[in-house]
Ligand binder design. Structure first.
Ligand SMILES: *Cc1c(COP(=O)(O)O)cnc(C)c1O
Length: 230
């Protein structure tokens, strides 16, 4: 009689979700004839506490994403004392009255999507003396209740950002759930190119490989690294 098959799963100590995601990123970059160094993995640690985050830091991950200012303020100052070279990205919607807190805490903000927030961020950057690079979030699927600026409003928002001398890295999107994401990634890539922008923040756990093939410079990956959120 033979024993049971050895089980290799995500609960096995030998399995590293971070190594797995990095390998899949490298594979997607190879297929797309891109350099892996062009693509930043933003590890989205929202809802996860320090004990879940530390192993990724120990494996060399330095770029993390959060979607709420207050949650990030509670978690990251202590972790940054342990590891000073962390870069923190805000990937969630931002209220204008939190703009200054966000500018103090985050190194990149992915969710600029309206003129009033632009004004608040410009004021916060003047006040703090910190210039935080921004992505303009585009409501790429024209969804009713989704954050992001309408495609039709993008030229005016980018003009306003240039006039305010804000550092805009590129465009960001969260495509509609439940349908093929690739056409929306392709559209974001085209919009970024049309406006002469380098950055494309697109692709999450379910679809980061196709996002890389369609030009993503920043992928935002949560559950594939940390497991499902509760
Ligand atoms: C939560 C979140 C992610 C990560 O999503 P996963 O599907 O867990 O990878 C990426 N982008 C934004 C804006 C998010 O809120």
């Amino acid at each position: 009689m033979t024993g049971p098959e050895p089980i290799l799963s995500s609960s096995s100590p030998a399995f590293s979700p971070l190594a797995d995601v990095r390998e899949r990123m490298a594979q997607a970059a190879r297929i797309a004839q891109r350099q892996i160094g062009e693509i930043t993995l933003v590890a989205v640690s929202k809802t996860h506490e320090a004990p879940a985050i530390r192993p990724l830091i120990a494996q060399g991950q330095r770029v993390f994403g959060e979607n709420r200012v207050q949650e990030a303020e509670a978690k990251w100052p202590a972790l940054r004392e342990e590891c000073p070279d962390i870069a923190l990205h805000l990937v969630g919607q931002l209220q204008s009255n939190k703009a200054e807190d966000a500018v103090r805490l985050f190194d990149v903000i992915h969710s600029l999507d309206r003129p009033s927030l632009l004004t608040a961020l410009a004021r916060a950057m003047d006040k703090t003396g910190r210039r935080v690079p921004l992505f303009v979030q585009v409501n790429i699927g024209a969804e009713e209740q989704k954050g992001g600026c309408a495609i039709a409003d993008l030229p005016a928002l980018l003009t306003q950002a240039r006039q305010a001398d804000l550092p805009v890295l590129g465009l960001m999107c969260v495509p509609p759930a439940g349908i093929e994401a690739a056409p929306f990634f392709a559209l974001l890539d085209k919009l970024a190119a049309d406006h002469g922008l380098e950055g494309r923040s697109m692709g999450m756990s379910e679809d980061f490989e196709v996002a890389i093939q369609l030009g993503a410079t920043h992928i935002r990956v949560g559950s594939a690294l940390f497991g499902a959120r509760g």
